[in-house]
Design a protein around this ligand. Structure first.
Ligand code: NAP
Length: 395
């Protein structure tokens, strides 16, 4: 891998009229980039600073651009064959990627683990990457460097992503500028890694696909995980009556403390009756369904007139009777964040930022794993005894 670097020899240095001076040098040096970082370079000292430094300081220098092989390596998960979780290999000698046009390099602090990453890893998903690859799309961290044409972000920004180019299960990742958002100070990096796919999906399902309205009743069928908690918070903030399900009492408590008015245990025999009772027998207006292959047929019995079931998650086929949709004129609607139009994603981002500002968007973090335990994380997210918030990796 080639890396452009400016070798700078500082001969003299003074503060500029715009206020920049030697003390500002560290601001322009990407943290942890391997570039030496001193408060004030000594006169005549050999240092290596990015071009930005040169334009920001009035320094008299010898300035030579060179191209050299980078020696910067990182820890990252690599997948070289599709299969069981054991194909997730921790490598310690992966070159740190370089940001291209309109891309940024992010030093990753945390990365969300999403069920779809297990389907892709197994090779059974409709959309699979070419091998080898690094999984992961929802990172949070700090911008380390920016590529050509990046205008909205700069080194040092705290950010989160809803997609990466080079994979998020790594110490560094490259992402397109349009998939990177500034992380407000009110949220920590773990929470930042829980926003991407879960909150954007929940918003898309509730607002863009279901057209849920204030005053309606929504059932979040599988509310204790990443998407479910997000859906509870958004639905509550938007004025819906929120019913959520979980498979454990711990999960039910979490659902209640994240926006649900009522919680039900989807492992109990009679929980569907309890949900129906909670709506005085009318049924719910919207269902956000996390396990359609198990629940879709029952969902159709739970809907009110003109009710809508949003297919967010499904792990296989199920038989339904189409007639169940006729009497109440109900709809079954698929949701795919991956194929959401750009405009909808921008709307999601705007609404979610309003939630971060107002304080109702607060991701609940569940199990946390280090990179070397990623195979266990993939095992656990599929065979979980009960979700308790968003699963993440810590770098
Ligand atoms: N369509 C899209 O664009 C899109 C985007 C993101 C995610 N998804 C899919 O949505 C699903 C949820 O994702 P996630 O990130 O929230 O996963 P997660 O964090 O692993 O949560 C899974 C949720 O499913 C619940 N669940 C388990 N058994 C259930 C049952 N019988 N009935 C109802 N819910 C049940 C779990 O509850 P307990 O563990 O408490 O039992 C938990 O709340 C996954 O299938 C994922 O692939 C789709």
């Amino acid at each position: 891998m080639l890396y452009h670097m400016f070798h700078v020899c500082v001969l003299s240095m003074s503060a500029r009229s715009d206020g920049y001076g030697g003390r500002d040098v560290p601001k322009f040096i990407p943290y942890g980039s391997g570039v030496s970082c001193k408060l004030k370079p000594a006169l005549g000292e050999q240092v290596q600073y990015p071009a930005k430094v040169q334009s920001a300081l009035s320094i008299q220098i010898c300035f030579v651009e060179t191209t050299m092989a980078t020696s910067k390596l990182m820890r990252a998960i690599r997948v070289s064959e599709f299969g069981a979780p054991s194909v997730l290999k921790l490598c310690t000698d992966v070159p740190v990627p370089s940001p291209g046009q309109k891309q940024v390099l992010i030093r990753v602090h945390a990365c969300g683990v999403n069920p779809v990453e297990t389907y892709i890893r197994s090779g059974s998903y409709a959309r699979i990457p070419s091998l080898p690859y690094t999984p992961g799309s929802d990172v949070s961290g700090v911008v380390e460097a920016v590529g050509e044409g990046v205008h909205l972000l700069q080194a040092g920004d705290r950010v989160f992503t809803i997609g990466t180019v080079t994979g998020g299960y790594a110490e560094y990742t490259v992402a397109s500028e349009d998939t990177v958002y500034k992380l407000p100070d009110s949220l920590d990096y773990k929470q930042g890694a829980a926003i991407g796919i879960p909150y954007f999906t929940a918003y898309q399902a509730l607002v863009h696909r279901a057209h849920a309205k204030a005053g309606e009743t929504v059932l979040i069928h599988g509310a204790s995980g990443g998407v479910g908690i997000a859906a509870c918070q958004i639905a509550r903030a938007f004025g819906l009556k929120v019913l959520g399900t979980a498979g454990t009492s711990e999960g039910m408590k979490l659902v209640l403390s994240n926006g649900a008015h009522l919680a039900f245990n989807h492992r109990e025999q009679d929980y569907l009756d309890k949900i129906k009772d909670a709506t005085n027998g009318k049924g719910v207006n919207v269902i956000i369904e996390m396990l359609s292959n198990v629940n879709l047929s029952n969902d159709l019995q739970l809907l009110d007139f003109f009710g809508r079931v949003m297919i967010v998650g499904s792990r296989g086929p199920i038989e339904i009777n189409p007639r169940d949709t006729m009497m109440k004129q109900t709809s079954i609607i698929g949701v795919s964040l991956y194929n959401a139009p750009k405009k909808e994603k921008s709307e999601c981002a705007a609404a979610l930022f309003a939630g971060m500002e107002a304080g109702w968007l607060k991701p609940a973090i569940g199990p946390q794993y280090t990179l070397d335990k990623v195979a266990q994380a993939h095992e656990d997210i599929i065979n979980s005894p009960g979700a308790s918030g968003k699963m993440i990796l810590i770098m």
